[in-house]
Design a protein around this ligand. Structure first.
Ligand SMILES: [Zn+2]
Length: 364
């Protein structure tokens, strides 16, 4: 199996890339820092690299076989976070959520503001001073303020400006067989796509799309799909694993995915019904190559697939995700073997892909 040539354990450069990718601020609409990192990585690997009008980074690596399948593989560069909406006279920043971020979870959290990663914190009244009053830790969206230690508005505006994005200030940490970091959704997908580009099998033209603005409505991916015009598409993401036991002792039936069971194949989410032929292809590949996989519980959520499959005249699409706990929070957590098995499954499935097989499976 061609996929078996890829390492099952992350090499030092894989981990270094994931660290670099997760430790920059790349909130939707300002993916610049991520794009620069990715561009440096893919330039030597691809035949063609370009950035489109919305900011999607498209990298094309052509295969060498005579009959090749044009496959788009997408991973989104942006993360959910905050945007500076104003600066108060005392130098504290007013901010608003960008994407799915829960304001009530933010009290006491540290942030990096802007491309310069200016450190800041969302304040919290000490619990022992709120006795008898309304607890102030549960913030509403219009109460969010980031303190960057500025003495007043003027000093604050020397460091930040309205429109700057802010992300959680979290360094990547290795935790035994796991990795904890912010923005694993979807910088892990980005790292996987960079690795695939470097090892693309000869039977495919790999059309890699590092997309923008997924977290605010899958806005970049549809444009990228229109431009790349693939025969099939795969969205690579990091999907929530709510797999810990329920604290009330009841059976956990709504886990979405589970850590340690391998890449999660999507059947259907809120925005997409996966192409059945691609689902069959991935399942049979996993069985033949003995790569663990799981079926994500069908239901809510969405990935770039939601925009890609409706582009042009319709594009057969599937999502393949690494299960990850605590997405859109200060610190998510993934298992390294799930990451590596996702790379292996994607690579092996690409190597076994042919246009004829897809047509045959539809029964025409
Ligand atoms: Zn995502």
């Amino acid at each position: 199996m061609a996929g078996a040539r890829l390492p099952r354990t992350p090499q030092r450069n894989h981990m270094a890339l994931l660290r670099a990718l997760t430790e920059v601020v790349g909130v939707s609409g300002d993916e610049d820092a991520v794009r620069k990192l990715v561009r440096d990585q893919v330039a030597p690997l691809a035949d063609e690299v370009r950035v489109d009008a919305l900011g999607n980074l498209l990298a094309i690596r052509r295969g060498s076989s005579q009959h090749r399948v044009r496959v788009m593989v997408a991973a989104h560069m942006d993360e959910a976070g905050l945007m500076v909406t104003g600066v108060e006279s005392d130098g504290v920043l007013r901010v608003a959520p960008v994407g799915s971020i829960l304001p009530e979870d933010l009290a006491g959290k540290a942030f990096w503001v802007g491309r310069a990663r200016v450190p800041g914190v969302i304040g919290l009244t000490p619990p022992h001073l709120t006795r008898g009053k309304e607890p102030q830790s549960r913030l509403a969206a219009d109460q969010l303020r980031v303190d960057i230690g500025a003495a007043g508005r003027e000093q604050a505006l020397e460091r930040v400006r309205v429109g700057d994005r802010a992300s959680f200030a979290t360094a990547l940490t290795r935790m035994g067989d796991c990795v904890s970091a912010k923005a694993l959704d979807d910088r892990l997908g980005v790292a996987i796509l960079v690795e695939l580009l470097g090892a693309a099998p000869p039977n495919v033209d790999l059309l890699a799309a590092f997309t923008v603005q997924e977290e605010v409505g899958l806005r970049g991916a549809g444009v990228a799909a229109h431009s790349l015009d693939p025969e099939v598409a795969i969205a690579v993401d990091c999907t929530p694993a709510r797999d810990l036991p329920r604290w009330d002792g009841g059976e956990n039936t709504d886990y979405n995915t589970r850590l340690g069971l391998g890449p999660a194949l999507y059947i259907a989410d809120r925005a997409t019904v996966s192409d059945q032929r691609l689902l069959d292809h991935f399942e049979s590949t996993a069985r033949v190559a003995r790569i663990p996989y799981q079926l994500r519980q069908p239901g809510g959520g969405s990935t770039d697939a939601g925009a890609i499959h409706r582009a042009r005249k319709g594009i057969p699409t599937i999502s393949v995700s690494v299960p990850g706990r605590y997405p859109h929070s200060a610190a998510g957590l993934i298992r390294i073997d799930d990451w590596r098995n996702t790379v292996l499954l994607l690579h092996t499935a690409l190597a076994r892909l042919s246009s004829q097989a897809l047509v045959r499976r539809r029964g025409v």
